[in-house]
Ligand binder design. Structure first.
Ligand code: CP
Ligand code: NVA
Length: 314
């Protein structure tokens, strides 16, 4: 049933936003709402769906939100987490990913991986045979976009039929996950980005324009991400020059629908991809968006171990 993640063994993975069938995402969002409502009532919460399990977080890139939200989610679901930078592992001295994965698969119950190549995460999932999550690769950031769709729907109802505008680095991992999500969740995505950042549209729901004005027109959601993604630091000056016209600013917001939401996956570089003024004006919705990573990932982890609680219990 699942997409690229391969489930011959029955193990669920979340390597791409395309791995989650939309009907399961709807159920997952229902549980994310319940986890959110239940949190003030911890410790009884919603049940310890990860009790007696240990999850490894393998990261080769920095992280604030993803690490924190996953580690807290795992604790609050009764599990344990171990944060393992790639540099601390024998991987850094040449041990293969296949061997690393086979050992971890014997010891841990799940893995959450942030690295450069998507193929590395896929390789881990094949060899480890434990639930594996893509916590950001150069190609995708599925946990971010899953949570962002939840955040949109929490404030505006179903995203189906809506118009999402992504401005800036159209080639980045976050934009690519949005592009895969568009046809599945039934919204239109218009990416305002210089032509050199375009990639083939994965569906007829994804449109490209070099005009930030056209992209912002009548948008229900305006979204941006950093101009210099992790690993692209060598292109910093060229990117800042190319992407300056796509800065999210109040003039562009006026082109959108009157009730447009402004989201940023964070970290934000104010004065670059978004003005400080617009960021502060929309800080509430951007921070709601950041908080929801926790609630959605609790539901995601529970789904991965096939333990979405059958009753709310609050
Ligand atoms: N948005 C996001 O993934 O943030 P971190 O890089 O801090 O995890
Ligand atoms: N596109 C950004 C996302 C950060 C959460 C990056 O890869 O650095």
């Amino acid at each position: 049933m699942m997409g690229s993640s391969g489930t011959e063994s029955g193990v669920r993975h979340f390597l791409s936003i395309g791995d989650l069938p939309v009907e399961e995402a709807i159920e997952l969002f229902r549980w994310a709402r319940l986890f959110k409502q239940a949190r003030p009532h911890l410790p009884q919460g919603l049940g310890y769906t990860l009790a007696h399990t240990t999850w490894v977080l393998l990261f080769s890139k920095p992280s604030t939100r993803t690490r924190l939200s996953f580690e807290i989610a795992i604790r609050e679901l009764g599990g344990e987490s171990l944060f393992l930078p790639f540099t601390d592992l024998q991987l850094a001295r040449g041990e293969s990913m296949a061997d690393t994965a086979r050992v971890m698969g014997r010891l841990a119950h799940g893995a959450i991986i942030r690295t450069y190549a998507q193929a590395e995460i896929e390789e881990f999932s094949r060899w480890a045979s434990i639930p594996t999550v893509n916590a950001l690769s150069d190609e995708e950031h599925p946990c971010q976009v899953l949570s962002d769709i939840f955040s949109f729907e929490e404030k505006r109802g179903s995203i189906q039929g809506k118009r999402v505008a992504f401005l800036g680095d159209g080639s980045c991992n976050v934009a690519r996950s949005w592009a895969i999500a568009a046809s599945r969740f039934g919204f239109d995505l218009i990416i305002g980005s210089p032509h050199c950042f375009w990639f083939p549209s994965p569906s007829e729901r994804v449109f490209w324009t070099e005009s930030p004005w056209e992209a912002a027109q009548e948008a229900d959601l305006l979204y941006t991400d950093v101009w210099v993604s992790m690993g692209k630091e060598g292109e910093k000056e060229a990117r800042e020059e190319l992407l300056r016209p796509y800065q999210l600013r109040s003039e562009l917001v006026k082109k959108a629908k009157p009730d447009v939401l402004v989201f940023h996956c964070l970290p934000a570089y104010k004065g670059k991809e978004i003005t400080a003024e617009l960021f502060e004006a929309r800080a509430q919705e951007i921070l709601d968006q950041a908080e929801n990573r926790l609630h959605v990932q609790k539901a995601l982890l529970s789904w991965l171990v096939k333990k979405l609680p059958s009753s709310p219990g609050v």
